[in-house]
Design a binder for this molecule. Sequence first.
Ligand SMILES: Nc1ncnc2c1ncn2[C@@H]1O[C@H](COP(=O)(O)OP(=O)(O)O)[C@@H](O)[C@H]1O
Ligand SMILES: [Mg+2]
Length: 412
Amino acid sequence: MKEVVIELDHEQERRTNRYLEKVFSSMQTTLVVTDSQGLIQTVNRALLELLGYTEEELLGRPLSAICTSAELPGAASPEAAMHSESLALVRVETRYRSRDGRLIPMLGARSALRDEEGGLEGVICIAFDLTERKEFVAQIFQSEKLASIGQLAAGIAHEINNPLGFIFSNLGTLAEYSRDILGLVQGYENLYQALETGDADQIAQARLQVGSCRAEVDVDYLIADLGQLICESREGAERVRHIVQSLREFAHLDQTEKTPASLNQCVESALTIAWNELKYKVQVEKEYATLPQVPCYPQELNQVFINLLINAAQAIADQGVISIRTFQEGHWVCAAIADTGQGMSPEVRRRIFEPFFTTKPVGQGTGLGLSTSYHIVVHKHGGELLVDSQEGVGTTFTVRIPLNGAGESPPR
Ligand SMILES: Nc1ncnc2c1ncn2[C@@H]1O[C@H](COP(=O)(O)OP(=O)(O)O)[C@@H](O)[C@H]1O
Ligand SMILES: [Mg+2]
């Protein structure tokens, strides 16, 4: 009788085990269970497939073999994190390291595995792969950039067209001038030839020709104006080159490495691109400090400043002032963009960094400018994006970038 009961118990246990195995291996999310020392006891198929390990390779190894960061606040390592008192369910963004060394962004949750007396027996970590989501977010940011180029395109074309217009008209005048000058030169050339022959008649005729040419052409005026036309056209061409250069910098695909750049330069590029949106209603005041270069993604900071400048201009209904100030504050380099626009109510202020939040009509706002800017400044540069706004008075946004170049590496 006793033996039958034991056999039934075994059968029951086998069935439970099989059932649990089926549950674990059917899970789409990855599962790791450790013992109280942080050594891996159980893994599921999703984890093995994602990381490329076999079960034998992972069992008994510390969690840090696959999990790169200390996941809980204040914990120095995943193992130390396990002993944290706060081992309730915690949602964390972390990275797993695959067998071939790739770092995979994961969103995970941890729970304590407790024994009957409530002691810590281990930790259960489930997580899922964030790669696709990260790529999606990166795409949204890229399309925000393209959308803002689209919105600015007409204005930029206008900015390029202006100097091109007067370069073209100057070229017309220069063509006329060069005809006159060539006529004169030809006259002098004839005179020279006549002088060479020494024939008095020929010389007299050539002199007459030069005389009538000179009477038609105001040589002094021509020489003075010629220099000015060339100088003006050069400046125009330089302006076009500057705009195209800024546009190229801006439209460039995101860099993977930070490079040292000047915040002043980023602000200037942004001003060039946004100029047409500002020039009719805004007086721009600039106060640039001499700043050290800072490791950053310059094009992305351009994007931030374009967003802030356009927002500032859009907040100004009629005429107003945008003041741009750059300065250094300890280990931060900063740029503040202040406008005398309509300001924000506290309700708007609270929501401005939410993706797709906008108070503007369709076509004027996507609601992505500030959330993108926040991501770039805070997550990618380890910086701060501060806002100070007073309804009816104006708004100041301040970008602060740390000189030590902290912040996450870009999405792969
Ligand atoms: N300088 C500013 N002055 C007043 N309100 C602003 C300013 N900048 C942003 N806002 C508010 O924040 C909202 C979100 O801005 P943003 O993310 O750039 O999206 P969008 O400009 O497309 O609306 C704006 O719709 C506006 O209400
Ligand atoms: Mg905007």
